[in-house]
Design a protein around this ligand. Structure first.
Ligand SMILES: CCCCCCCC/C=C\CCCCCCCCCC(=O)SCCNC(=O)CCNC(=O)[C@H](O)C(C)(C)COP(=O)(O)OP(=O)(O)OC[C@H]1O[C@@H](n2cnc3c(N)ncnc32)[C@H](O)[C@@H]1OP(=O)(O)O
Ligand code: FAD
Length: 664
């Protein structure tokens, strides 16, 4: 880095090896080197500049995204990047685009739900981007309730085709990214009807636009759904609307891994569970969990650096004022978010492992771990995206007024990120899926079926229902066994309380609806237990680098003690801890903030973000905030002239009128 480093003193305070921490953050030396190389490649290429992005009108913004996405593809080909390198490049280009859905959902849907033959036909075209696809599931009338979708795919045995049709306005596909203006094809989810019988939802590959002139094919009505939240932000994406008027596709474009329709129109269900139709969602939820730590760490990096630069109050004898990062209130808002970024990193790594494991099992026709994989991906997607969206907004507030400027990078980051709480499953709806899984687990206790994996703790239910915390002094809260038992007891007791309340209802579905808010809270407790456990398990590994493990222990302590403090009501209400023990936890938390403080800047440096990727004046690596903020203000189009457009038309007559009144 060139020029003065205004954060150099902060960097000197670090008590650990930052370069080793970079490797822990990246997951491996290989991942670190890959990210480092590709992020610099993107940052140094003017073709990927972000300059002025938030000021472009929608049409120009969108065109610019098309330019960048195709330029990225050109570079991927020219540089012969591997699939892994290409994915990194798209990540660091940092602009939501149709390519996310093409690579992230269209291709995985064909891979997961297509037969070998279908994969052989469609994947090579998609890999070369000779066709561009999206994932068209959600409709105007239904998103969460997938079984309620209305689009129909009716088999016509005369012609060996499916007829895809949108029977109502509410059956219009609505939201799919990449659909509005770009995609040539879509995996469309529709009700499969054959021989007059409705067999529920299935996926179909449907061509939407001509490969010659890109015009919608006959019977297809397609367009963009309009401007979304935030300037720039997710408006780089063409989320679309799509209607079918009796569009015909060959029978072999029904994705046939889960079920088939024969030439005669007979519906055949294979021996794989129907839930595999939802497999693409499980995959994407897992990637969203991994991505949460990216988004949160970006916001935290900006807020931490700026908190060290910013000074307010407390000047003594004409000396410097206090850095706002030294206020305990700032630390209490910021440091748990820094700890959460690390916690989500590690749980994301673990979830990736779980997903790979379940995928291998599915290939071998072992479906036993699918329910747990669904509960974990759904629950952790909900937990991490909610905390990340809230965390980004908190980081904006932590930066005071300047956080509200687009040049802080935070408003755009928030606007791009916040729909993650909704897409790929509304976060409350997903928590209720976890709750169903928990209630099923509780109901099977005593049946001889041993709970395994993330619900293994339920197997010790008798102990967890009656044990009490043995914490006597603040530092006892640093013992992993004390912490894990606290989170297990809280989660188990909340689930059992819900199950007991449910049993009072004659109709279980009515009970579930009535108790939904409590059930969602029990699901949160279970998911927090997973994150805490995975962080603690990470610390049991061999972690090289001077001081690295110690810093991670501090972060882990902050993560769980902050949760314990925030959800004190649960821990006290379920009777596992006393109010004295809750207060000791808080004392320990404050002590950990003091230990973290000198390392804060280096802990965010370990994310290894380029200034290009952060795209934030407040988060600049060198901390040179004020001159750059001042400079940026003058680049605003409003400052291109001293007299604003509209002045002569509107303001001048007003001023003249006041002048006349004053003279009177
Ligand atoms: C996409 C890009 C990724 C690229 C990678 C880059 C990395 C960066 C990451 C992110 C960058 C941002 C880019 C993201 C772009 C946005 C993409 C957004 C795309 C979408 O939003 S697609 C649409 C998503 N829609 C949903 O998620 C709908 C949510 N609804 C449902 O999932 C279901 O309807 C339901 C689960 C809520 C209910 O279903 P239903 O059939 O009615 O089920 P139940 O009766 O409740 O349950 C039946 C039975 O099935 C089990 N089950 C449910 N779901 C699953 C599943 N997915 N897998 C396995 N099993 C499942 C359930 O537990 C029940 O089991 P039981 O009978 O009790 O044993
Ligand atoms: C930016 C963005 C990109 C998207 N991209 C795609 C895409 O590429 N492809 C695609 O197919 N879809 C896409 N979607 C759609 C997305 O998947 C849905 O919006 C999402 O699944 C939520 O469904 P919904 O909109 O129907 O919400 P709703 O279900 O209508 O939710 C409204 C409210 O009702 C509550 N609610 C609903 N059901 C229940 C219940 N059973 N119990 C308790 N509360 C409930 C919810 O919690 C929420 O508060 C995208 C959405 C967004 C915002």
């Amino acid at each position: 880095m060139e020029g003065v480093d205004y954060l150099a003193d902060e960097r000197k305070k670090a008590e650990f090896d930052v370069n080793e921490m970079k490797i822990v953050w990246a997951g491996s030396r290989h991942n670190f080197e890959l990210s480092d190389r590709i992020s610099k490649l993107v940052a140094n290429d003017p073709g990927f500049s972000k300059e002025g992005r938030t000021m472009l009108p929608r049409k120009e913004l969108f065109k610019n995204t098309l330019r960048k996405a195709t330029y990225a593809w050109k570079r991927i080909i020219e540089l012969r990047l591997s699939e892994e390198e290409a994915a990194k490049l798209r990540h660091f280009v940092d602009e939501p685009a149709f390519t996310d859905l093409h690579w992230g959902m269209f291709i995985p849907a064909i891979k997961g739900q297509g037969t070998d033959e279908q994969q052989k036909k469609w994947l090579p075209l998609a890999y070369k981007m000779q066709i561009i696809g999206c994932y068209a599931q959600t409709e105007l009338g239904h998103g969460s309730n997938v079984q309620g979708l209305e689009t129909t795919a009716t088999f016509d045995p005369q012609t060996d085709e499916f007829v895809i049709h949108s029977p109502t306005l509410t059956s219009s596909k609505w939201w799919p990214g990449g659909l509005g203006k770009v995609s040539t094809h879509a995996v469309v989810y529709a009700r499969l009807i054959t021989n007059g019988k409705d067999y529920g939802i299935n996926g179909f590959i449907v061509q939407l636009r001509s490969l010659e002139d890109h015009k919608p094919l006959p019977g297809v009505t397609v367009g963009d759904i309009g401007l979304k939240f935030g300037n720039g932000a997710y408006n780089t994406m063409d989320n679309g609307v799509l209607r079918f008027d009796h569009v015909r596709i060959p029978r072999d474009q029904m994705l046939m891994r889960v079920s088939q329709v024969t030439r005669e129109g007979k519906y055949v269900q294979s021996d794989v569970p129907r839930q595999l139709l939802y497999g693409t969602m499980v995959y994407v939820r897992q990637t969203i969990v991994s991505d949460a730590s990216n988004a949160l760490s970006r916001a935290v990096c900006i807020a931490t650096r700026y908190s060290a630069v910013r000074r307010q109050f407390g000047s003594q004898n004409g000396g410097q004022e206090i850095q706002v990062i030294d206020y305990k209130t700032q630390q209490n808002r910021l440091f748990p978010l820094l700890a959460s970024a690390y916690a989500f990193r590690f749980v994301g790594e673990w979830l990736k492992w779980l997903y790979t494991d379940v995928t291998q099992r599915l290939q071998a026709n072992d479906f036993s771990t699918l329910p747990e994989a669904h509960a974990c991906t759904a629950g952790l997607k909900s937990l991490t995206t909610t905390a990340t969206a809230d965390g980004i907004e908190e980081c904006r507030k932590l930066c005071g007024g300047h956080g509200y400027l687009c040049s802080s990078g935070l408003p755009e980051l928030f606007a791009v990120y916040v729909p993650a709480c909704t897409y790929e499953g509304d976060n409350t709806v997903l928590l209720l899926q976890v709750a169903r899984f928990l209630m099923k687990t509780v109901s099977q206790l005593g049946s001889g079926k041993k709970p395994v994996g993330t619900i293994a703790y339920m197997g010790r239910i008798e102990h967890l229902m009656q044990c009490r915390s043995d914490v006597k002094q603040a530092k006892d809260w640093l013992k992993p066994s004390a912490v894990v038992e606290a989170f297990e007891a809280r989660a188990a007791r909340m689930s059992v309380a819900c199950a007991q309340n449910l049993s009072k209802f004659d109709n279980p579905e009515e009970g579930f609806a009535e108790l939904a808010a409590d059930l969602a809270e029990a699901a949160v407790a279970h998911c927090q237990l997973i994150v805490v456990s995975k962080f603690i398990e990470k610390l049991q590994q061999d972690i090289p680098g001077e001081g690295v493990k110690q810093q991670l222990e501090v972060l882990c302590g902050i993560y769980y003690l902050f949760l314990l403090h925030k959800h004190q009501g649960d821990f006290l209400g379920t009777g596992y801890i006393t109010s004295k023990q809750a207060s000791l936890a808080n004392d320990q938390l404050r002590a950990l903030y003091s230990q973290l403080r000198p390392n804060a800047i280096s802990l965010v440096d370990a994310f290894n973000y380029t200034d290009h990727f952060l795209d934030s004046i407040l988060g600049r690596y060198d901390g040179n905030v004020y001159p750059k903020l001042y400079e940026a203000a003058w680049k605003d189009p409003l400052n291109q002239s001293d007299i604003a457009d509209g002045f002569h038309e509107y303001i001048r007559p007003l001023l003249k009128q006041q002048l006349r009144t004053a003279r009177l």
